[in-house]
Design a binder for this molecule. Structure first.
Ligand SMILES: N[C@@H](CCC(=O)N[C@@H](CS)C(=O)NCC(=O)O)C(=O)O
Length: 215
């Protein structure tokens, strides 16, 4: 098996990055410098025409989209428990994974890249302000889920949901949300980052967990 992960430090690609480390996988990490626009190079667009990270290359196959990559890694490394193996626990975990990916994540995109949604600068400011409020509310919803973590979001084993929660909480800091106001999520993120396998991904990305700066 030959696995390669295209990732950007601090981006959503942390989810498969942490998952690969949790699974003890041998993989080649390839950094994509988003701030330099490397995701729009012809070579990268040939790999992923959407010009985004993450991209997982498994042999001759290219897999994009975090839920698809998560399911692919879960199938390759069933012993890692990246997701619950079956029953309602798996259904609930997939429900949370899809919500993180299709609701929370794109709301942050409106905070971080309002220029993707309008070229009007005044409108960009309004989009961002509105999205910051919406994002805060979604993190509060995630806090309720983190309070019920036992001890991880999907139950007994750490996995992709915890990696996503850590990422979304870090981004909250950039949106002006103090992680101290979300104590269960903050505790979860610190416990997750402290796992030796996850610490390897944190170190490779040189991630600072708390990036909140008071306004
Ligand atoms: N739906 C995609 C979202 C991926 C995404 O939003 N990637 C961002 C980083 S978090 C990206 O590559 N942005 C670069 C750009 O849009 O130019 C997934 O699940 O993989």
């Amino acid at each position: 098996m030959s696995l390669k992960l295209f990732f950007a430090p601090g981006a959503c690609s942390f989810v498969p990055h942490a998952a690969l480390e949790l699974a003890g996988a041998t993989f080649e990490p390839v950094i994509v410098k988003l701030h330099k626009g490397e995701q729009r190079s012809p070579e990268y667009l040939a790999l992923n025409p959407r010009g985004q990270v993450p991209v997982l290359v498994d042999g001759a196959d290219v897999v994009t989209q975090i839920p698809a990559i998560a399911l692919h890694l879960d199938a390759l490394f069933p012993q890692a428990g990246l997701l619950p193996s079956g029953g309602m626990a798996r259904t609930r975990a997939l429900q949370m994974l899809m919500w993180m990916n299709n609701t929370v994540h794109p709301t942050f995109t409106h905070v971080f890249m309002p220029q993707k949604f309008t070229s009007d600068e005044a409108a960009q400011k309004a989009v961002k302000e509105h999205a910051v409020q919406a994002y805060r509310g979604l993190l509060e919803d995630m806090e309720v889920m983190a309070r019920a973590a036992a001890p991880w979001l999907a139950g007994a084993q750490p996995g992709v949901l915890d990696a996503y929660a850590l990422t979304l909480l870090r981004w909250g800091g950039m949106a002006g949300v103090d992680p101290a106001t979300l104590p269960a999520t903050w505790d979860l993120a610190q416990r997750f980052a402290g796992l030796p396998a996850v610490a390897r991904a944190v170190e490779r990305e040189r991630l600072q967990l708390n990036v909140y700066k008071p306004a």
